[in-house]
Design a protein around this ligand. Structure first.
Ligand code: TYC
Length: 122
């Protein structure tokens, strides 16, 4: 008796053959995913020197709004006084903008021309 195949044989799917040597023995390999998110851009709050704002006022502002102790605030103030400008702190964009507003408002209320700006780091 002659037996005929009822269907045409289907070829194996294309792709790399899986051989016994490909067996991982059941071990699990954790692969680190590619980092998709970048850290947020940071902003430095830069204070500018002027000829009129009292040193003591600047020291108090730096202590109050940038959370520095008196010694650090004094060093930052002196750097600004000598170099023309200095970094008071580095923050996210919104926080840096708020610091600038707080300093401007305190200076305005006291009648001093103290200026500071926020600028992206690097
Ligand atoms: N230059 C000012 C003075 O001699 C002091 C000063 C320091 C002002 C820092 C502003 O951001 C400043 N009185």
């Amino acid at each position: 008796m002659i037996f005929m195949a009822s269907q045409t044989p289907v070829p194996p799917p294309a792709g790399p053959a899986i051989r016994p040597s490909d067996d991982d023995g059941g071990s699990v390999v954790a692969e680190k995913k590619l980092q998709k998110t970048k850290p947020p851009q940071m902003y430095q709050v830069v204070m500018l020197n002027d000829d009129y704002t009292p040193m003591e006022f600047v020291v108090v502002v730096i202590q109050e709004f940038f959370n520095k102790d008196r010694e650090t605030a004094t060093q930052i103030m002196l750097k600004i006084h000598l170099d023309g400008k200095g970094i008071c702190g580095v923050y996210s964009r919104d926080v840096a903008a708020t610091k600038v507003q707080q300093v401007q408002e305190a200076a305005r209320q006291a009648g001093h021309p103290l200026q500071c700006v926020s600028e992206p780091v690097e």
